[in-house]
Design a protein around this ligand. Structure first.
Ligand code: NAP
Length: 296
């Protein structure tokens, strides 16, 4: 007891407290500086002009991050950029480009490098589904979807890794779907493309764990966006309305999960339960149920 009293005597106690507070102050300063440093860099978001991508862009703008927005619709990108600059006083630049072309990821990189944008966040959100039986849909349409949903994501992760290594910390957030957790008849290639994204994201997360780059994958269920319309999913869109989450809520969960460096993010309790149920229930049962949900 007396020993302890001696070590933490009054003078020593003050010294100890000073050291602790000094340490905390340095820690906080470093943290503040790190936050400022990240905010001076850019978050690059694909499919950023509407739906989930727009909600993610807005959520990051609210937190004062500078943005690089990529999608095809020039006018929508211009309008969103102008609004975000006005509302949040951040820097926003955009590139209108078709990411379903295999040459576009290199074009995006060259745009970023020639403008000296320092990217610390890469969000691969652009994607879509095509509903219908695999053998009755045009092959070229399905391959174009695969190019956007998978190969573009792979290329952007690969090409942007050297830039992301330059900012500490850096983040990659890939957008998958709860469709990733099981095979989905009449949505065969879409579900397979999202399984690919989930598996790919987990693998590179592991490979990059000793670097400053954190990789996360978000798997949302139905969201109230233009997705169902583009997929030609009218029956599903009626049913999905009951379970739809709004894009702003999903974006908030996505960003919080990304900054918390989570491996997999599933927004919404129903989606969490259904994703985990696929681990325990027989695959044949799950596939029959999934096929029933998407039935015409
Ligand atoms: N909504 C859902 O129910 C749901 C559920 C799970 C996962 N997801 C995933 O969430 C992501 C976002 O989808 P969303 O729901 O927000 O759908 P959305 O409202 O249709 O938005 C799709 C976004 O991707 C862009 N995009 C589409 N094709 C593109 C191309 N070839 N090149 C560049 N950009 C392209 C679109 O912009 P332009 O058309 O102007 O190019 C738009 O910004 C997708 O990866 C989707 O698979 C959606």
């Amino acid at each position: 007891m007396s020993n302890i009293g001696f070590v933490i005597g009054e003078g020593n106690l003050h010294r100890l407290l000073f050291l602790i507070f000094d340490r905390l102050a340095i820690h906080n300063k470093t943290r503040r500086e790190t936050i400022l440093e990240i905010k001076q860099t850019y978050a690059l978001i694909t499919g950023a002009n509407r739906g989930l991508g727009k909600a993610i862009a807005t959520a990051l703008a609210e937190k004062a991050y500078n943005l690089l927005l990529v999608a095809r619709s020039d006018e929508e990108l211009a309008e969103l950029s102008e609004n975000l600059i006005k509302l949040y006083g951040i820097k926003v630049n955009f590139l209108a480009a078709d990411l379903s072309l295999s040459s576009t990821p290199a074009q995006v990189l060259s745009w970023v490098e020639s403008n000296h944008f320092q990217v610390s966040i890469l969000i691969n959100n652009a994607g879509y589904g095509i509903w219908g039986e695999f053998s009755s849909l045009p092959l070229s349409n399905q391959l174009e979807m695969c190019q956007l949903n998978m190969e573009t994501v792979v290329s952007l992760c690969y090409l942007f890794k050297p830039l992301l290594l330059k900012s500490a910390p850096s983040y990659i957030l890939n957008v998958s779907s709860t469709a990733a957790y099981q095979a989905v008849p009449t949505f065969a290639l879409y579900a397979a493309s999202k399984s690919f994204i989930l598996s790919f994201s987990r693998a590179i997360r592991f490979e990059l764990k000793k670097t400053n780059i954190s990789v996360s994958c978000i798997s949302p269920g139905p969201i109230d966006t233009g997705f169902a319309g583009r997929a030609g999913l009218d029956p599903f869109s009626k049913m999905a309305k009951k379970f739809n989450m709004n894009p702003e809520e999903v974006a908030r969960i996505a960003i919080n999960g990304m900054f918390a460096k989570k491996a997999e993010i599933i927004p919404g309790i129903v989606n969490i339960i259904s994703a985990y149920a696929t681990r325990w229930l027989p695959k044949a049962f799950i596939e029959k149920t999934a096929a029933g949900i998407y039935k015409d």
